[in-house]
Ligand binder design. Sequence first.
Ligand SMILES: *[C@@H]1O[C@H](CO)[C@@H](O)[C@H](O)[C@H]1NC(C)=O
Ligand SMILES: *[C@@H]1O[C@H](CO)[C@@H](O)[C@H](O)[C@H]1NC(C)=O
Ligand SMILES: *[C@@H]1O[C@H](CO)[C@@H](O)[C@H](O)[C@H]1NC(C)=O
Ligand SMILES: *[C@@H]1O[C@H](CO)[C@@H](O)[C@H](O)[C@H]1NC(C)=O
Ligand SMILES: *[C@@H]1O[C@H](CO)[C@@H](O)[C@H](O)[C@H]1NC(C)=O
Ligand SMILES: *[C@@H]1O[C@H](CO)[C@@H](O)[C@H](O)[C@H]1NC(C)=O
Length: 301
Amino acid sequence: MAVLLVAIIVACFLVVAPGASGYPFQVCGTTRNFAASDATYLASINSMAATLPRNASTSPGLYATAQAGQVWALALCRGDANATTCSSCLAQGFQDLPSACPYNKEATMYYDHCFLHYSNVSLSASDYAFSSAYPFFFSANATAEPGRFERVVSALLNATADYAAYNSSKTTLYASGAVAFDQEIPEVYSWAQCTPDLTRARCRDCLALTIQQGLGTPLYSVGARILGIRCSIRYENKPFLGGPVMVRLSAGPGALAPTPAPSPVPALALVPSVVTPVAAVVGGESSFSRNLFTITHFCFW
Ligand SMILES: *[C@@H]1O[C@H](CO)[C@@H](O)[C@H](O)[C@H]1NC(C)=O
Ligand SMILES: *[C@@H]1O[C@H](CO)[C@@H](O)[C@H](O)[C@H]1NC(C)=O
Ligand SMILES: *[C@@H]1O[C@H](CO)[C@@H](O)[C@H](O)[C@H]1NC(C)=O
Ligand SMILES: *[C@@H]1O[C@H](CO)[C@@H](O)[C@H](O)[C@H]1NC(C)=O
Ligand SMILES: *[C@@H]1O[C@H](CO)[C@@H](O)[C@H](O)[C@H]1NC(C)=O
Ligand SMILES: *[C@@H]1O[C@H](CO)[C@@H](O)[C@H](O)[C@H]1NC(C)=O
C-alpha cells in the first residue's frame, strides 16, 4: 500500500524547468501569469507583507499561511531561526519576490533562514499536494573519496529526515544533524524540515520523495539543498546551523546508526555556536548549480 501511494505520488509529479538562479533561490511559476495592468494581484500580495512575517515569526512553528483576494501565501522559517531573523527574512521575501518573478501568480523564494511562497492555488496539508522539490548544489567536490562521502551523506539525510518527522517537536517538524567524516572534513551538517501542519507520516513521505528527487544531485559535492514548499533538506561540509545538533551519526565503516540525543532536549553541548555568515555558507553564486532534472508541481488526487 505504501509503495503504491509513493508510486502514485511520483507518477503525478510533472517535469518542468522553472527559472532559477543563485542565492536566494527563486522558483517562478511558468504558466500562470497576471496581466501587467492587473494591479489587484500585486496589491493582494503587498497587503500581506505587513502582517504575515510577524504572524509566522511569532507562531510556535515559525509558520503561517494567509489568503488575500486571489492570493494564497505560505511562510516558514527554519526551525533554528529566532523571531527577529524569521520576520526580517520573510519581509525580505515580500520585497524581493514580486520583482524576481514579475507577473507570476505563483512564486517561491528560498533564503537560508526562511522561504515565502504565494500562488492563486492554495495547498492544504491533507490533500497530499506535495509540491516541487528543487535541487541546488555546489559544484566543488568535497573529497577525494566521493563514494564514501555520498554514502555518509545519504545516511545523514535519512537519519535527519527520520528525526524531523518522528523525533522532533510536532510544532516544528525540524531536525539538524551531523556526522564526522575525516580530518579534512571534521563534520558534515544537515537540516530537514516540514511545514508543521503535516502529519509525522506525511512529513517523512515528503522528505523521502524530496531526497529521491535529489537523486541526480551529486551528494559528493561540498553541499546541496533540495528545496520544496512542504519539506526541504540540506547538507553542507561547513557549519550553517543556528542551533544544536539533534541527531548525530557515527561514520565508522558499517557504523552509521543514529545515536539518540543523550537528553530529551537536544544536547546543547554537541556543537556550540555554529552560526556562520551567509556569505561564507553560500560561497560564490557561480559555484552553485541547479540540477536540470527537477521534478515538480502540484499533484492533487
Ligand atoms: C489560477 O490562475 C490560472 C491562470 O490565470 C487560472 O486558470 C486558474 O483557474 C486559477 N486558479 C484558481 C484556483 O483561482
Ligand atoms: C495575522 O494574524 C492576525 C491575528 O490573528 C490576523 O488578523 C491577520 O489576518 C493575520 N495576517 C495575515 C496576513 O494572515
Ligand atoms: C537572532 O539570530 C541572529 C543570527 O541568526 C543573531 O545575530 C541575533 O543576535 C539573534 N537575535 C536574538 C534576539 O536572539
Ligand atoms: C567530482 O567527483 C565526481 C565523482 O567521482 C567526478 O565524476 C568528477 O569529475 C569530480 N569533479 C571534479 C571537479 O573533480
Ligand atoms: C536512505 O534511504 C533510501 C530510501 O529509503 C535508501 O534507498 C538508501 O539506501 C538509504 N541510504 C543509506 C546510506 O542508508
Ligand atoms: C525516534 O523515535 C523513534 C520512535 O518514536 C524511536 O524508536 C527512536 O529511538 C528515536 N530516535 C532518536 C534518535 O531519538
